[in-house]
Design a protein around this ligand. Sequence first.
Ligand SMILES: [Zn+2]
Ligand SMILES: [Zn+2]
Ligand SMILES: [Zn+2]
Length: 143
Amino acid sequence: MIQEKKKAFNNFAVAKGLRSTRQRDIILDTFLSTNQHISVEELYLKIKSGNQGIGQATVYRTLKLFTEAGLAREILLNDGQTRYEHVIAGEHHDHLVCTGCNAIIEFEDETIEKLQKDIAARQGFHMRSHKLEIYGLCIKCRH
Ligand SMILES: [Zn+2]
Ligand SMILES: [Zn+2]
Ligand SMILES: [Zn+2]
């Protein structure tokens, strides 16, 4: 699974004419070994412990590249922060984002998924992807 993703990213990098770099490999390895919904800063701190040379700006740019390559997905938090998660082939979910504690709750609803496709189709629009983020307060923050 991880090997496949690395391959996919390498193909993307070659197609874009990007040179492979050791730094990017380290960032990719670390990202692929993390859990979901990681922020740039969290990923940077994980990398920093073993590799002093990699700056936060590089981590940020590389995550953008992973997103472009279809390896990562961005989730925008209310405070302007972005979190990243792995894109798993064939898997899809949307998010409830708490503006109080930044908790991210995943959900999937067939009715909503179908409705979105119908809306697009009605406009003669070919939907390639979508993301749905619902902002509000989670059950803990409401009390
Ligand atoms: Zn969805
Ligand atoms: Zn909350
Ligand atoms: Zn998610």
